[in-house]
Ligand binder design. Structure first.
Ligand SMILES: [Zn+2]
Length: 272
């Protein structure tokens, strides 16, 4: 006898309106559920299972494996390592909570809160993840560096406000543009100005941002399910593709930051 009788899954038209955000995903919707029932949905197939596991498994791997490769004691400012570690964890845990409990019995209010949490997680990987990049790029300009760190945190706070109040995927994607422009200007300062950092890390950071932007774009244009509604309900739809690209983007962030941290150990700012 089965330990748990899985519920009857719903079609798109039978699911609550606030869960009808992808009209090309036709079946596999969980019914409105209690927190316990949401947790039990980890163990049967439905159209959010792929979303939960594509971020759930990387979260656990990052949680356990990243501390082994972060040089906690070899960096002057340990907060850089802490910010980087949290940056790598934030988007995946926010996403898991959102996808796991989005059909909670609390309805649209709970859904909106969880969506905001998911968005904050994505904003935080940008915010916390960029702090080491700013710190290292402006290593030889301590005063400018403090101002830039503060400015980036303010830009990020605005991004979080935009992302949590946006009502469409396009507007949510747009909320990240300001942070991206700020990072891009840092990259330019490294290439054409007197910013410092490992020559190798810049390439890794550009790949990181490209993967994240492409993932966001795939999610907005809803490919491939747009071309074959119903075929990608449970596996392989645009949101899952975005999740995988976000995970790859985080890995590139980690590689780039580790490259920079290894590089500054042998670097001396030129005398004035
Ligand atoms: Zn997601």
């Amino acid at each position: 006898m089965a330990l748990y009788q899985e519920p009857r899954l719903l079609d798109f038209t039978k699911t609550p309106p606030h869960l009808q955000f992808n009209k090309y995903v036709l079946t596999g919707y969980r019914p409105v559920s209690t927190a316990g029932e949401c947790l039990r949905s980890l163990f049967y197939i439905h159209n959010e299972l792929g979303n939960i596991y594509t971020h759930g498994i990387p979260f656990l791997l990052f949680l356990v494996l990243l501390p082994c490769s972060i040089p906690w004691m070899e960096v002057d400012s340990t907060w850089i390592c802490v910010a980087h570690y949290l940056a790598c964890l934030c988007p995946t845990i926010g996403s898991v909570l959102y996808h796991l409990f989005m059909n909670h019995i609390g309805g649209q209010h709970v859904y909106n809160t969880l969506l905001s949490l998911d968005m904050v997680g994505v904003c935080l990987v940008n915010t916390l993840g960029a702090l080491p990049i700013i710190y290292i790029t402006l290593l030889c300009y301590p005063t400018v560096r403090q101002t830039a760190l503060l400015a980036y945190i303010l830009v990020s706070a605005y991004g979080i406000y935009c992302a949590t109040t946006a009502h469409t995927n396009f507007l949510r994607l747009r909320a990240f543009v300001w942070q991206a422009l700020f990072r891009f200007s840092l990259f330019l300062f490294r290439v054409y100005g007197t910013g410092v950092g490992s020559p190798e890390s810049l390439r890794l950071f550009v790949i990181m941002d490209t993967l994240a932007a492409l993932g966001g774009l795939v999610n907005v244009i809803q490919i491939p399910e747009r071309f074959s509604p119903g075929l990608f309900d449970n596996w392989g739809n645009s949101h899952q593709i975005m999740h995988v690209m976000v995970v790859c983007s985080i890995i590139y962030l980690h590689w780039g930051t580790m490259e920079d941290l290894a590089w500054i150990r042998g670097f001396q700012c030129p005398a004035e």
